[in-house]
Design a protein around this ligand. Structure first.
Ligand SMILES: Nc1nc2c(ncn2[C@@H]2O[C@H](COP(=O)(O)OP(=O)(O)OP(=O)(O)O)[C@@H](O)[C@H]2O)c(=O)[nH]1
Length: 309
């Protein structure tokens, strides 16, 4: 098949300009418009007679004109072109249209500038879609992360996250010879509450307790649901007195939602590198003592003595 080559004098260049998907324009050394393709008439509502021979400023917003003088023309005079710049074009009917322009000076140094003008509406739309997709994905990732770490019913850390955070806190405390207290909190007679008022009521009680503990703790405290009606709080820099006061405040707060809890407390002292599971086990034993001694009280693991709230 014979290749078809267009003769240099064919009018394909003009046709091409008129079929181009954006505006093509040429301005002279006085910044007067000397050529526009049919896009200006068909899509931008400009008559040739209103543009040809006019200053290019006719076509652009005041802010865009300032931008031309301070950026676009200086760049073109140095680099010969200015690529992909967003400005505001004024349509023949007065509407404003965000466009991206590419401007290139003529290599003949005759002062002519060749302008390509493409509406950026679609580009902006695409960009906004990308942004909102990204935000959606981030929100989903955050939700998944929260599902993996937060106990859905009570809003406190789930058991796995509780243990993970507690291990970290314990490691840091042991390295810096600081004290740590672990409070094992268990609702009293919760089975009776469930049996008397129903499981949904029991759930609500757990939810309220989770909220109270979350609001009560400092940001450095780790609060989590260890199991059914059991919660654990681990907090640093806890002297015995501080842990005692902490537990007493919990007893008081819990009364407000018509519950009582028993609390077992274990501690690590400055130089004593106790592993987390040993700390949990000691607190659990102290909790058992608190239950045996009549509930609604706190017992410390080191002396297994009752102390009424
Ligand atoms: N509503 C509700 N109940 C739960 C949940 N998880 C565990 N429970 C209930 O908690 C109750 C715990 O009962 P027990 O271990 O006998 O303890 P208790 O009745 O609190 O008695 P003491 O701890 O000895 O004071 C059981 O009836 C469980 O079914 C939960 O997510 N929602």
């Amino acid at each position: 098949m014979k290749t078809r080559i267009l003769p240099p004098d064919s009018n394909v260049a003009t046709n091409f300009a008129d079929h181009f998907i954006g505006g093509l324009m040429v301005s002279d050394e006085h910044r007067h418009i000397i050529f526009t393709n049919s896009y200006f008439k068909q899509e931008l509502d400009w008559e040739d007679s209103h543009l040809l021979g006019k200053n290019i400023n006719t076509l652009f917003s005041g802010a865009s004109q300032i931008f031309f003088d301070t950026y676009l023309f200086p760049i073109i005079s140095i680099e010969g072109q200015c690529e992909e710049t967003q400005v505001t074009l004024l349509k023949g009917n007065g509407e404003r249209l965000p466009v991206v322009i590419y401007v290139r000076s003529s290599p003949d140094k005759d002062g002519l500038l060749y302008w390509t003008i493409v509406p950026s509406t679609n580009r902006d739309k695409l960009y906004n879609e990308l942004i909102s997709n990204r935000e959606r994905l981030e929100a989903q990732a955050e939700r998944l992360n929260s599902l993996a770490t937060v106990d859905e019913l009570t809003g406190v850390n789930n058991r796995r996250e509780l243990m993970r955070l507690s291990e970290t806190l314990l490691d840091q405390a042991i390295r810096s010879s600081r004290e740590v207290a672990l409070l094992f909190i268990d609702i009293d007679y919760f089975k009776v509450i469930n049996d008397t008022h129903g499981h949904a009521y029991g759930d609500l009680a757990l939810k309220q307790l989770g909220k109270i503990l979350n609001e009560f703790g400092r940001s450095s405290d780790i609060i989590g649901r260890y199991g059914g009606e059991e919660f654990i709080i681990v907090f640093p820099d806890a002297s015995r007195d501080a842990a005692q006061r902490y537990a007493e405040r919990i007893h008081k707060l819990v009364e407000k939602i018509h519950l009582t809890v028993s609390i077992g407390v274990s501690q690590i002292k400055a130089s004593n590198a106790t592993p987390l599971d040993v700390l949990v086990e000691s607190a659990d034993k102290a909790l058992y003592q608190a239950k045996s001694a009549g509930r609604n009280r706190t017992v410390f693991s080191d002396n297994i003595q009752g102390s009424h709230a």
